[in-house]
Design a protein around this ligand. Structure first.
Ligand code: NAP
Length: 283
């Protein structure tokens, strides 16, 4: 029987810490403001933005959403990014992804001042992470690391295997696991023998974006299993990349979906907004 890595509980602790940090900044006359750029009318994106705004309000972070139709020009968005970079009232901001077809996110994300890059996804933030300089860290990978640390799961010296190499999750997670002194393997769709690789893992993090992809055959006995995947279930609810019922009896620790990595991702965004505001306020 695995111990559950409770992302909901750990995220609540982080939100409480952020709320205390925000209150302390306010006492010094500073404030925290997290702005959002929302383009188009994708229902899922609109829901995520609403959730993030509600999270912000709960911890005392101000927030403004800049909304555009899907036909907005790249130039108009670039001007907004410049304006938000220059606006001292804005501690940090992010562009809700994905952008509608025809709008390339990379040049826009690249233009975000790294001090305000609360998603941690700009190439400069990614580069700073890779060379070990301080930066705002991508929320999902940082959420995974915080969940492991706060659950007292040691990473140093252990075999960690990450399934997935996206810029959003897999790659930065591999960097962060390295920073924690794990021995890291990154798998992807061209990995020749995935099962052999995942069975070596003492810590297995799955971010493949494939429902129920990882089962008992992939997991070494006693492994720590972190499921980043999120998929809607028919008839409602969420499920992950890991077949929980099958893997849980083998694992020492496991994240549920929902209630694992998802709440941690949301909490780390608030953490980053506070970090950005602290840096502006002089620590
Ligand atoms: P993504 O950009 O689609 O990347 C998926 C990665 O998995 C790719 O690197 C891909 O390899 C690899 N992959 C796909 N099929 C594979 C296979 N058969 N064997 C081995 N590797 C395979 O997805 P993402 O943005 O990283 O997100 C991954 C999942 O996490 C999604 O379900 C997403 O919804 C979820 N997610 C959750 C949170 C959260 O807060 N919990 C946050 C972000 C994302 P290639 O590079 O070779 O194509």
């Amino acid at each position: 029987m695995a111990e559950i890595l409770d992302g909901k509980q750990t995220a609540a602790e982080i939100r409480a810490e952020v709320a205390r940090g925000v209150a302390a900044l306010k006492r010094r006359g500073a404030h925290v403001r997290l702005d959002v750029v929302l383009v188009g009318d994708d229902a899922a994106s609109a829901t995520y933005v609403r959730m993030k705004q509600r999270d912000s309000a709960e911890v005392g972070i101000e927030s403004e959403t800049h909304r555009f139709g899907a036909d907005v020009s790249r130039e108009a968005l670039a001007r907004l990014v410049e304006r938000l970079n220059a606006d001292d009232a804005v501690s940090g901001f992010f562009i809700q992804l994905p952008l509608p077809e025809g709008l390339d996110a990379l040049p826009l994300v690249s233009a975000i001042d790294s001090a305000k890059d609360v998603d941690g996804l700009s190439p400069l933030s990614a580069g700073r992470l890779a060379v070990g300089l301080p930066s705002l860290l991508p929320c999902t990978p940082h959420g995974v690391i915080q969940l492991l640390k706060r659950s007292r799961v040691g990473m140093a010296g252990r075999e960690a295997v990450v399934v997935g190499r996206s810029n959003l999750v897999g790659k930065p997670l591999a960097q962060l696991l390295l920073r924690e002194n794990a021995t890291v393997t990154v798998c992807h769709s061209r990995t020749r023998d995935l099962t052999a690789a995942t069975r070596r893992a003492e810590i297995l993090v799955v971010a493949a974006g494939r429902r129920g992809f990882i089962g008992a055959e992939h997991v070494r006995e006693g492994a720590v299993v972190v499921d980043v995947g999120i998929h809607s279930k028919e008839g409602g609810g969420l499920t992950g990349d890991v077949r929980f019922e099958e893997v849980e009896p083998l694992a020492s620790y496991i994240t549920p979906v929902p209630g694992g990595v998802g709440p941690m991702t949301r909490a780390m965004l608030l953490h980053n907004a506070l970090e950005a505001a602290r840096a502006t306020a002089g620590g």
